[in-house]
Design a protein around this ligand. Sequence first.
Ligand code: AMP
Ligand code: MG
Length: 277
Amino acid sequence: MTEPVRHNVAMDISRYRVPASKSVDLHAWDPHEDGGLSRDEAENETRALNKELESLQELLYAEGRHKVLIVIQATDTGGKDGTIRHVFDGVNPSGVTVAPFKKPTPQELSHDYLWRIHQHTPGAGELTIFNRSHYEDVLVVRVHDLVPEERWRRRYEHIRNFEQMLADEGTTIVKLFLHISKEEQRERLQERVDRPEKNWKFSFGDIAEREHWDTYQDAFRVMLEKTSTDAAPWYVIPANRKWFRNRVISEIIVTTLRSLDMRHPAPADGVPGTVVA
Ligand code: AMP
Ligand code: MG
């Protein structure tokens, strides 16, 4: 097989990357941004990137050398599920694992907060997507004081060290924060009420969480500030427009996989030229 075909319309993703050890102001990113693209243009470009992603993922699996971890965090209705569905559309499900992290079970709670996380990190040749993650332990936990402050305060450092260890042991990490506006969240929650087929997604708990919008935004800001590192950078994704969100994320993931400079493994002795009778 030839190397994956490169998609030719490049996008500057560095503007979405959160620099390490700098203060963060979330207002620096407009959740409504469209990059000057029409919806059609963005969707066509995402489709082309998706084809390349399919080949890159196959190569990742064939080569069996790199481990890739994609962490997705967002406020409720931020679009985590939709992102996974669209960006990985058509990618071979055998090599891709989605690990969702819900409210911890009593057994999970009886361990340290990274215990349930570590067992889902990718092995060689695997790509794993975290739908929520250990970051909940400095988000919902911080907003609602689920553990005393002196405990959650220390977690930023634990998390930096944990991710550095994963990177040192060969894991490539990309973290995506889906950035939507408060008005966009209102519309998405209202849609879950108004459209019967979306009712299952609606929870009064989301309305209660919405009252803590500002506290959550601040917790996201601190998370970005304290845990965006060279080994495991955060990207802030403008996510009000789903098609632009998908376009940016596709570019980030494809760029990351390209940078691994993967090769198909050499064939075993005698394979080239073998005639199958
Ligand atoms: P959903 O993603 O809509 O299925 O909701 C999952 C829920 O689990 C959210 O309300 C999260 O805040 C919650 N959750 C995930 N991880 C944790 C955690 N470590 N501690 C407390 N709640 C959590
Ligand atoms: Mg929910």
